[in-house]
Design a protein around this ligand. Structure first.
Ligand SMILES: [Zn+2]
Length: 311
């Protein structure tokens, strides 16, 4: 466990896939510690957390899940059982969490949807296999306390950060932003369009970056990587990055209809494994949908699937 500024503590947990780690944060709250995010629910998650929390002065009063991705929500139930603390999660985020991880039809939904966007069978079947590998390590807490943006959690204000996940929440107090995966120091957070997600995740994300600049926090700590000393500057870099990516996406379109899968090649290259291609296609689609809303691209939907052309 590392000690950071403002009495915040950081726990770094392993991930089997890139970027190889995820951070949880312990925030000093009014009633005890708030643990933000939980890591994957790996078989040793509970023991690992017990070791991390051993000797911690004061009790864990609450667990907050910023968003439902496996590396953040995965060990929520283990940690709740270990500490007896209640879990809080955004209302919208919890809806999507239960939708994606709570049933067993999500893989079919995903496969149909990727087919409609031009992804071939061999890629979707590998993608389903990959997804089922993660499933046992997602032990979310059913019936959490549901949060809305603007709620106070033991003295910390929840702030909406849609884009990387529709219902992602950050926590803010005295200029310190616990940014989840909204801002990362070196990587550009993935912003994808997914089945049953909000219609314009990239537009949501660009708006959330503008809101971060207006909030002007003095420090951000994130789900991966090192603390960000100038969060507004990082937000401006990410805005610029997506403006460039939107231009690249627009120039990959013409009169010939192209699927999201087709367009992912000029944007992300041809040398991707199926698991990476899935994120590349989702990210390509979030850019294509933004271009449709900006009247730069057109979407064509038929029984066979979805394609895009220049407007
Ligand atoms: Zn993450």
């Amino acid at each position: 466990m590392d000690e950071l500024a403002g009495g915040i503590r950081r726990v770094t947990l392993p991930l089997p896939t890139r970027p190889g780690h995820v951070h949880s944060y312990l925030l000093p709250g009014e009633d005890g510690w708030i643990v933000v995010d939980t890591g994957l629910g790996l078989p040793d998650a509970r023991d690992r957390w017990a070791a991390e929390l051993h000797g911690l002065p004061g009790r864990v009063a609450r667990i907050v899940v910023t968003h439902f991705h496996p590396d953040h929500v995965g060990a929520a139930r283990d940690l709740a059982e270990l500490t007896g603390a209640p879990v809080a999660q955004g209302r919208l985020d919890y809806e999507q969490c239960a939708l994606v991880w709570g049933g067993d039809d999500w893989a079919d939904v995903l496969v149909d949807w990727f087919h409609r966007h031009g992804v071939p069978d061999e890629v979707t079947s590998e993608l389903v296999q990959q997804g089922s590998l993660y499933r046992p390590f997602i032990r979310y807490q059913p019936d959490p306390e549901l949060l809305e943006p603007g709620d106070l959690v033991d003295g910390w204000l929840t702030v909406a950060a849609p884009g990387h996940a529709d219902g992602q929440l950050m926590l803010h107090r005295d200029g310190t932003l616990v940014a989840a995966d909204h801002l990362l120091d070196r990587i550009s957070p993935t912003v994808g369009l997914w089945p049953r997600s909000r219609p314009d995740p990239l537009g949501d994300y660009l708006g959330a970056l503008e809101a971060t600049i207006a909030l002007a926090p003095s420090l951000a700590v994130a789900g991966h990587g090192e603390p960000i000393a100038d969060p507004a500057a990082r937000a401006r870099q990410l805005l610029e990055h997506h403006r460039e990516r939107l231009e690249a996406t627009a120039s990959a379109l013409g009169d010939e209809p192209r699927t999201g899968y087709d367009v992912s090649f000029p944007l992300f290259g041809s040398d991707l494994k199926a698991s990476a291609r899935r994120f590349a296609v989702a990210e390509t689609l979030s850019h294509l949908e933004r271009l449709v809303l900006e009247d730069v691209a057109r979407r064509h939907e038929t029984a066979d699937g979805v394609t895009y052309t220049s407007a």
